[in-house]
Design a protein around this ligand. Structure first.
Ligand code: BTN
Length: 273
């Protein structure tokens, strides 16, 4: 018997799992510098509609937040970006990322049955390490203070690279399946399910229906953390909650309170403050 060969990435297969394939125009690349950069180059052309999705099998210069790189080797992960043209104020851009984080966590659970948690703002963790990063880059209209377009980039590690992750990220990066092989057709199903989930939230983004799930899946509420300040120094704090604006409510060691709208925290293992 000849087994059916399903491509790891296939537009036909992804379309099969999409709730509404008319919302998207999918493109699959063998390699690219960064799927975010690729879309940014064409996003100013307003003839390219919302819903253009580019997926690459690898990236040579995958971008992370805060100028970091996102390790993107071939055959072990999903690297994809979605072009969005929302009618939103600049201040709402953060919700694209938070809705995406919930969409990924829910899709990973329903497609792979693996439970993940969200590390504020937008990292997805599993087995105590990061398995997914999300980078939203937006262009704003200075006069109207509205978003011209946003590019939502999602990188997910499905399996460990052949020679494991590079030394500099080995202690912080993981993949959903680790050293086990990725089961049949997971790549295409996961891509489709993330897009399905995200679009549900995106069309009512201002209602923030994803925030209760974001809080439930948060791995930082109640934890002691180091808050990395813009000047690079850090301050110990306890995370009290995440509000409906996705702001982090913290209390510092000196008992003062703060509301953080962006930034970086690291969890102190068994930390006391
Ligand atoms: C982070 O961890 O700081 C964010 C990582 C985002 C990585 C994805 S992979 C697809 C898209 N293209 C990029 O260059 N970056 C995002």
């Amino acid at each position: 018997m000849i087994a059916a060969v399903i491509n790891m990435f296939s537009i036909q297969e992804i379309n099969k799992y999409l709730n509404n394939k008319n919302l998207f125009s999918l493109e699959i690349l063998d390699t690219v510098d960064s799927t975010n950069i690729y879309l940014k180059k064409i996003a100013d052309n307003e003839n390219i509609p919302e819903g253009k999705v580019v997926i690459s099998k690898s990236q040579t210069a995958g971008k992370g937040r805060l100028g970091r790189k996102f390790y993107s080797p071939s055959g072990t992960g999903i690297y994809m970006s979605i072009l969005l043209r929302p009618d939103l104020n600049a201040s709402d851009a953060l919700f694209i990322t938070t809705a995406a984080a919930v969409s990924v966590a829910e899709a990973v659970k329903s497609v792979t049955n693996v439970e993940t948690s969200i590390k504020w703002v937008n990292d997805i963790y599993c087995y105590g390490k990061k398995i997914c990063g999300i980078l939203t880059e937006a262009s704003f209209n200075n006069q109207s203070n509205k978003i011209n377009y946003a590019i939502l980039g999602i990188g997910i590690n499905l399996t460990n690279p052949d020679n494991d992750f590079p030394d500099d990220i080995r202690n912080i990066a993981a993949s959903i399946y680790g050293t086990k092989p990725c089961p049949f057709d997971i790549y295409n199903k996961l891509i489709a399910e993330i897009l399905n989930n995200f679009m549900n939230y995106y069309y009512n983004l201002k209602e923030k229906t994803f925030m209760s799930e974001y809080r439930k899946k948060s791995m930082v509420i109640g934890k002691n953390v180091d808050v990395i300040l813009p000047n690079g120094t850090s301050k110990k704090a306890k995370v009290l909650d995440i509000d409906d604006d996705a702001h982090l409510l913290v209390q510092y060691e000196d008992k003062s309170f703060d509301t953080l709208s962006s930034g970086e925290i690291s969890i102190i293992p068994n930390g006391e403050i």
